[in-house]
Structures are given as C-alpha cells and as structure tokens.
Design a protein around this ligand. Sequence first.
Ligand SMILES: [Zn+2]
Length: 119
Amino acid sequence: MLRYPNLISKDSLRQPLLCYKPVRMMSEWYSLEADAKHISKERARAQKLKASQWWRTKLNQGVCHYCEAQFKPADLTMDHVVPVARGGKSQPGNVVPACRACNASKKLHTPVDLLLGGR
Ligand SMILES: [Zn+2]
C-alpha cells in the first residue's frame, strides 16, 4: 500500500493561523479618519495654504465651488471637499472656495454623502 507524506502534522494544526487578519468594521475606519494628530496637522496646513498665492488667486476669482455664484473674496471661506475630520487633506485637490451659506450647509458631509442624502 502507498503511503503519502503527512503534509499536515498534528503540531501544525495547533498553531494559530498566521494568515488570519480580522475584517475591519466601518466604525473602525471612522475612528482612524478622525485621528486627532491628522486633524491638527491638516488645520495647520490649511493656514499655510490660505497665505499662498494659489489660494489668493482662487479667492480673487470670487466663485463659490458649490453654487457657482459670484462673491467678494472676503465672503468666501476655505472648504475641504473631504472634511479634515473624515481624513481629507489640506491640499489644492481637496480645498475649494465656498460661500458661507454653502460651507455651513455642507458641514461634515462629503460630496458622496450629499448625493446619497439627496441634499
Ligand atoms: Zn455657494
């Protein structure tokens, strides 16, 4: 009779599975995004960005990113498309000028939330 080598020994069955990785819950992702260090770092970056020529040019164009109406530069605020509290960064791809009304109505929502929420 043929004998096959014992590929799985009794000892190996007692070892914990090395490849096991727990699946992350949505709530864990949220807590990662709201990391306090990230928020303070990105807030500081936003201050620097506000002083940049790039941002001043944006303000001087005077257009709200959301309602597309024309405003005086002083009436526009810096808005993070993906909020800093949800992992967004203070960099040109994520920062837009918004009028006070649009910024206030957006709060912590991302564009996807707004689409899904129908607001
Ligand atoms: Zn607006």
